[in-house]
Design a protein around this ligand. Sequence first.
Ligand code: ASP
Length: 430
Amino acid sequence: METTQPKKKRSLLPLWILIGMFAGILVGLLCLWLPNWFNHPEWKEPMVNFTTNWLKPIGDIYINLLKFLIVPVVLISITAGVISLGDLKKVGSIGIKTFLYYLCTTAIAVVVGLVIVNFFKGSFPALPGANLTELEYQAKEAPKVMDVIKGIFPDNALKPLVNADMLPVICIAIFLGAGILAVGKKADPITNLVNAANEVVIKILMMIIKITPIGVFCLMANVVAVNGPMIIGSLALVIGVAYLAYLVHIIVVYGLSMQFLSRMNPFKFFRGMMPAMITAFTTTSSNATLPVNLECCTELGADKGVTSFVLPLGATINMDGTAIYQAVAAVFIASCYGMNLTFGQMAQIVLTAVLASIGTAGVSGAGPIMLAMVLAQIGVPVEGIALIIGVDKIFDMGRTTLNITGDATCAIWISRLEQRKAAKKAVKQL
Ligand code: ASP
């Protein structure tokens, strides 16, 4: 997809983000290895504590900065997106296409996860020291399906904004945009205000994005130093299975989607998406990655009006990675309990995992909360989440990367459709 903008100087930011990530991994590993190399094992604790007490807070500041703007970004960009679509019919048609695309890709994701995890089911390791009767995971009560749907519609206009409750915020934004469109000319002052506010918010985000390499470095160093290679080792297989499923989904589903739906070279797409993918991998939050994703999609030639509607919606309701994780985790936990899931239970996983991923907030570590809903549905003990909660961060890095990449494929596809439509209309008018 070609951009009409003049060619900009190539940004070095993606390279710096990569450097930040690898430097962070190196520092994390050095914290674990240096004490042994120098025969001073007592250095290890202070070194790991250094990453927790000094580096992680800097990473947290970066995430806080991204997060504080999320509600304004989602509210204003979706409202502006709806307004920029021009008429209510278009909002409806793009909305339906987006929703169906998200639903289908998420359902495919669960199936991919289930097929792959079933291959490896027989070789899941007996977890060292895991006494299944003594597991403690204080499962928060998983919301019921109808409660998730009911929760989309707010009973108060301010509460969702204050609580950063994204589904109702999206609902408010769509109504606001639709109302402005319905009023038409008379609402021009509000339209101008929304558009100006949109620019301001995006400018602030660009300032924050510039410090991404530092944030990524600090977060990565701490994750590696704290979790270390051992913890990764004991659950390596199930993590490997999840990552294999993530990879298959990225290459097959997103690759095919880019090639055949968007007619864009998948390599070009993945190269362009690198900054957003690395940000998702390190922040483990779709919401926090939203600004970088908006930027990457625009750079790849997606329509601004479309991205500002499709991406925030996707960051909240489209979670392919989370859906894969739920399928893999459910089968893994069931195996640990000696349960062999039936075909019917697998089908239930597909349905509930799709709904659960819609209801999952685009924040770090939200997946296991909704996993409780899937486990409860198929009769697997919810406490089993304790088996994998310790390494959730590692699952989360991959699933968030998938979550935001899926959103981007949809934004580019819809942009393509709209551009084709506009071109056809232009030809007709000639
Ligand atoms: N961290 C994920 C996201 O923000 C949600 C999850 O925990 O699955 O997309």
